[in-house]
Ligand binder design. Structure first.
Ligand code: DON
Length: 425
């Protein structure tokens, strides 16, 4: 039944597959050598379950998607006060590589633009470049759930052509923001940007933030909740640079993009999204990445300001009424991630029943994405030689194109199930 979600993902990706707008980043020459057609989309649910579509296994360099993670690492190690003394949290409305500090405080305006990100790299404790970088690599790897490595060619290319970042770093040194040799700090930053990831890695890293700092694969706590809250806050306000307002209005997910073509987006409490498509718009964001995130948010109802957080598990109880008939009582607000969980539970448990009855009378609110998914439940169960009914006394499913049988009471659904089982012999 996970195939229902898979189909949504494939469909949304397919809608954008032919978009050829944008250009490869070429200010780092090695980035201009990648295949412009690559397009990967991954979704990691908060429990670590992964959906992938297209080129989800293709590696690319993380670039600026690294920035929130290094910021989080600095917060984690030296605390918010020490970090705040060096990096602000105000949106700059400027390009990512603006040579600027805040006029009044003389520190970088936020950690998502290069000035703030270079400063964040300088705040990660370590005895030297290698030690500091190892700490960063280890942290990203833990968030991604696998050992990551560096693309040495991109690193060399960026190091050879990084005049603008050098200008930023020396400016920061002159304002007393950077302690230490700017070139050594830049070396850490260039290496951090050259770490290779897949869209699935980004989805997992985003899901670690969605889980409040707990890695969804192993359940290990990697960040304190307060660090995640701060990191997500600056992702909302500054993650998409001078396009942050458009992004928040249209997509509504804390996110970060990179000139390698990646975007990581977070729906707190629920899921992480990773996209890869290297053709960029003039602000340095993946064109298809932005479009596919927008479509996902619209069609799955993911805007973080319209989604009440799920405080309870969606399945309140499940029980067998007679052999072959299992009733699932749902409650709370039923949204995409909750409906996905329900369908996956049905798929896992369907060896134990012939008919599943979803009792949704205690569901407070159900959105279109969840409605569509429940409506597709029967079709999926039929393929497995099973059946599915819904008990919906309040007509919450009324607007759905329903292929599933909907009943007003549990007794009616049970009678239909008994009849079906009798006729199946
Ligand atoms: O600092 C740079 O130029 C790159 N390593 C990262 C820039 C980047 O990804 C900007 N984001 N869209």
């Amino acid at each position: 039944m996970a195939e229902l979600v898979q189909r949504y993902l494939d469909q949304i990706r397919a809608e954008h597959a032919d978009d050829g707008d944008g250009a490869l980043a070429d200010y780092i020459p090695e980035l201009a050598t990648v295949d412009p057609d690559r397009f990967g989309l991954s979704l990691s649910l908060a429990d670590g379950y992964i959906y992938e579509s297209g080129d989800a296994a293709v590696e690319f360099t993380i670039q600026s998607v690294s920035k929130p993670f290094t910021y989080a690492l600095a917060l984690e190690h030296i605390g918010a006060d020490a970090v705040d003394a060096k990096i602000g949290v105000e949106p700059s409305g400027e390009a990512f590589n603006e040579i600027s500090v805040d006029e009044r405080t003389k520190i970088p305006k936020n950690p998502m633009i290069n000035a703030g990100a270079i400063t964040a790299a300088s705040l990660v404790p370590g005895t030297g470049v290698d030690d500091r970088f190892e700490r960063i690599l280890e942290f990203y790897s833990a968030c991604a759930g696998r050992e990551l490595s560096v693309d040495e060619d991109v690193y060399a290319s960026e190091k050879a052509t990084g005049a603008r970042n050098r200008a930023i770093a020396y400016m920061l040194q002159s304002f007393g923001v950077l302690d230490g040799d700017p070139d050594r700090i830049l070396d850490v930053y260039f290496r951090q940007c050259s770490i290779t990831v897949t869209s699935t890695d980004l989805a997992r890293m985003a899901a670690t933030l969605a889980r409040g700092g707990v890695d969804p694969g192993h359940g290990r706590r990697l960040m304190h909740p307060a660090v995640v809250q701060r990191t997500l806050s600056v992702m909302v306000t500054c993650g998409m640079y001078d396009a942050a307002g458009d992004w928040v209005s249209a997509v509504g997910l804390p996110a970060k993009s990179g000139v390698g073509g990646g975007i990581a987006a977070v729906l707190p409490g629920q899921l992480g999204i990773g996209v890869y498509s290297p053709l960029l718009d003039e602000k340095g964001h993946s064109v298809r990445g932005v479009r596919v995130c927008r479509s996902l948010s619209e069609s799955l109802g993911l805007h973080f300001l319209s989604v009440p957080r799920e405080s309870r598990s969606t399945i309140r109880a499940s029980y067998d009424v007679e052999s072959g008939v299992r009733v699932y009582e749902l409650h709370g607000d039923l949204l995409f991630a909750g409906a996905e969980r329900v369908l996956r539970t049905l798929e896992r448990e369907c060896v134990d029943f012939d008919v599943a009855i979803l009792e949704i009378s205690r569901v407070d609110d159900i959105d279109d994405a969840a409605r569509r998914m429940l409506a597709g439940m029967r079709e999926s169960l039929r393929r497995l030689d099973k059946d599915g009914y819904i008990v919906d006394p309040d007509a919450a499913m009324a607007d759905a194109e329903v292929t599933v049988h909907v009943f007003a009471t549990l007794d009616e659904a049970l009678a239909a199930a008994a009849q079906l089982r009798a006729s199946d012999g």
